[in-house]
Ligand binder design. Structure first.
Ligand code: FES
Ligand code: FES
Length: 162
């Protein structure tokens, strides 16, 4: 077992866990933070997205012990206009992907504000630019929605970006 202290949603939490426990399982199974979802457990769906020091990651692909001393934000700690925008724009159906979509969108908007280009930014490699529907779809392409609520998700993000 390994002792690790992680700051989660503004609170220091102590864990005594096997070193192979993923951050996702630590959140869900050891801390009771079940807002973060497990879809594929192999980095393909984005349902497990959380923020680490403000940057989005797939928590299923990392070990909890890597995050000693870091600041993790899960959906339980998010308070952002995106949440109401998703409701207003029908950006969800069953809601399973939604915590990951919201955390990812929070991180994505920060990346865009910081001038990070996406694969479809014109000219290629240019920073920032308008957050068009194509930009949002590319930048959110790591988050799958099995209900295909993509139009509402894009509209919600675009509304907040404006
Ligand atoms: S559960 Fe982590 S990417 Fe699917
Ligand atoms: S709302 Fe059902 S998977 Fe996205």
């Amino acid at each position: 077992m390994v002792e690790v202290r992680i700051r989660i949603n503004g609170v220091d939490r102590e864990l005594d866990i096997p070193p192979q426990v993923s951050l996702l399982d630590a959140l869900r199974e050891h801390l009771g933070l079940t807002g973060t979802k497990k879809g594929c457990d192999q980095g393909a769906c984005g349902a497990c997205t959380v923020l680490v020091d403000g940057e989005r990651i797939n928590s299923c692909l990392t070990l909890a012990v890597q995050y000693a001393g870091r600041e993790i934000t899960t959906i339980e700690g998010v308070d952002h206009p995106l949440q109401e925008a998703f409701v207003r724009n029908d950006g969800l159906q069953c809601g399973y992907c939604t915590p990951g979509q919201i955390c990812s969108a929070v991180g994505m908007l920060a990346e865009h504000r910081a001038g990070a280009p996406s694969a479809v930014t014109e000219p290629p490699g240019a920073p920032g630019g308008e957050l068009t529907g194509a930009e949002i779809r590319e930048r959110m392409s790591g988050n799958i929605c099995r209900c295909a609520a993509y139009n509402g998700i894009v509209d919600a993000i675009q509304e907040v970006a404006r």
